[in-house]
Design a protein around this ligand. Structure first.
Ligand code: ADP
Length: 241
């Protein structure tokens, strides 16, 4: 989850799901970002899920991860205008009517903020916990705090905070610049007594591979950035088993 949009929540979710798969786990990812599903693009997936039996949908599969997104079943723009009741019903369907195969772990990419989708998820699914993605600067952290408060209120364990776009290493001069500051999420985690799961730098490679539907953990698993994600996945797995 994240407090606000654009902080890299979907990119992180996608690479974490691939990170769990890299650890040898059977991983799935559910795109519950009803208003802006990005997993079809991130995984380079098109096409409709197959129906099995009267109601169930089969997830699509890519890079060894099972993927289900509202983006596979509705036109890209139509969900944008859904009202609360429709969002709740769509999330409930995504939770109950997907034929996942033998999962060890399911990553859920929530919409930003603390609305109906988050509450439905928190109330209807036995969540192992929430991971909050934030950029380091104050403005993003203020929103992240709201997310933290919501999960605390509905008794979902907070597995930790990830600082995304933590620093930028200039490819030309190798200087490291903290564009959005650095260490804000770690400090926030410490202040609130929540585990700090790690940081991911701002890097063009991460953006490019995401946009190309070839996420970095799947296509360059030995790169430094992929190793960051895999390490964070390992941290998360260690806290939930
Ligand atoms: P959100 O799900 O929070 O709205 P996205 O995952 O869609 O955010 O990311 C927003 C944009 O930032 C995308 O273009 C994505 O490729 C880019 N991005 C995310 N994380 C990073 C990163 N660590 N380095 C570079 N670009 C990133």
């Amino acid at each position: 989850a994240s407090g606000k949009g654009g902080v890299g929540k979907s990119t992180t979710s996608c690479n974490l799901a691939l990170g769990f798969a890299a650890l040898g786990l059977k991983a799935g990812i559910l795109d519950a970002d009803i208003y802006g599903p990005s997993l079809p693009k991130l995984f380079g997936l098109r096409g409709k899920p197959r129906q099995v039996g009267p109601r169930m949908l089969e997830p699509l599969e890519r890079f060894g991860v099972q993927v289900m997104s509202i983006g596979f079943v509705v036109e890209e723009d139509s969900a944008m205008i859904w009202r609360g009741a429709m969002v709740i019903s769509a999330i409930t369907q995504l939770l109950r009517e997907v034929a996942w195969k033998d999962l060890d772990i399911l990553v859920v990419d929530l919409p930003p903020g603390t609305g109906d989708a988050q509450l439905t998820m928190a109330q209807q699914a036995p969540l192992a916990g929430a991971v909050i993605v934030s950029t380091p600067q104050d403005i993003a952290l203020i929103d992240a705090r709201r997310g933290i408060a919501m999960f605390e209120k509905v008794n979902i364990p907070l597995l930790g905070l990830i600082e995304n776009m933590s620093s930028f290493c200039c490819p030309a001069c190798q200087n490291v610049t903290p564009i959005f500051g650095h260490g804000g999420a770690r400090q926030e985690a410490e202040t609130r007594g929540i585990p700090y799961l790690g940081e991911v730098p701002l890097d063009m490679k991460i953006r490019q591979t995401s946009d190309d539907g070839r996420p970095i953990v799947a296509t360059e698993p030995d790169s430094i950035h992929a190793r960051h994600y895999i390490e964070i996945a390992r941290n998360i797995w260690a806290t939930i088993v």
